[in-house]
Design a protein around this ligand. Structure first.
Ligand SMILES: Nc1ncnc2c1ncn2[C@@H]1O[C@H](COP(=O)(O)OP(=O)(O)OP(=O)(O)O)[C@@H](O)[C@H]1O
Ligand SMILES: [Mg+2]
Length: 236
């Protein structure tokens, strides 16, 4: 396995309150890896640490061997990390297509397979909504648009924070296929979620987070079959 991302012993705090107490994880090129754990265990903080939004106080984060700690979020994005936050953050006053176009312009130097046409192929519903303002889209549509925006920057590594939260079951089923399609385009994915049933459909390996520490890691199937661990750390 060639590592694309190596997180080593990161410690991250918000002011005086330490949230990550030494997290280490590795994501291999082309993998889909899940970061599992209940509310408030530190999943989003791990992503914010990787993106440089809440930089770790100590530890190291390597992207293809390049140190990310100490770099600004825009530099980290430029190096090839895409981030879809759980609160989506699309532009409400811009149309769906303007949102995608803006993402493309911001990342004009990065090349890759993702274009507006490809994003519409991935999410056909967005094509019908291309002229609709972001604020007029449903929660699920906004999630699709947020993923589309991240793909327009042609990332090597995509961080997806709680992609299925609040989605209808049919939309979730579609998202499983979407993630598989993104993986086929050679984008590596690190996915944070609480729902192991969803994660085992898309991820090969997983890490379980609890109180700012990795408690367990392994193949998704062996995590799934370990009833004790599922009961202790996860929501089903
Ligand atoms: N901006 C902040 N300032 C202070 N504490 C924060 C901040 N953001 C998160 N925390 C705290 O850090 C801890 C980890 O939060 P985090 O959002 O990383 O968890 P999470 O695993 O993503 O949870 P969720 O499932 O709710 O998204 C929680 O105790 C939370 O209250
Ligand atoms: Mg979170």
């Amino acid at each position: 396995m060639t590592a694309i991302l190596e997180v080593k012993e990161i410690i991250t705090s918000y002011g005086q309150s330490q949230v990550l107490h030494g997290i280490s994880l590795v994501v291999g090129q082309g993998e889909v890896v899940s970061l599992l754990g209940r509310n408030g265990v530190g999943k989003t903080t791990t992503f914010r640490s990787i993106m440089g939004l809440t930089p770790p106080r100590s530890g190291s984060i390597l992207l293809k061997g390049t140190e990310l700690v100490g770099r600004k979020p825009y530099e980290i994005a430029k190096l090839g990390v895409g981030y879809v936050p759980d609160d989506r953050r699309i532009f409400a006053d811009l149309t769906a297509e303007e949102n995608l176009e803006m993402a493309r312009r911001l990342a004009k130097k990065r090349v890759g397979p993702w274009t507006i046409e490809k994003v519409y192929k991935l999410f056909p519903v967005l094509e019908g909504l291309r002229a609709s303002k972001g604020s007029c889209l449903s929660g699920g549509e906004q999630k699709m648009l947020a993923i589309g925006r991240a793909l327009m920057k042609n990332p090597d590594l995509l961080l997806l924070d709680e992609p299925i939260e609040g989605l209808a079951p049919l939309v979730v089923k579609n998202l499983v296929e979407v993630i598989q399609e993104i993986q086929r385009s050679e984008v590596t994915i690190l996915l944070a979620d609480q729902n192991i049933k969803f994660c085992r459909k898309v991820a090969g390996r997983g890490y379980i987070l609890e109180r700012g520490l990795i408690q367990c890691q392994g193949e998704m199937e062996s995590i799934w079959q370990n009833e004790e661990i599922v009961k202790k750390y996860l929501a089903v």
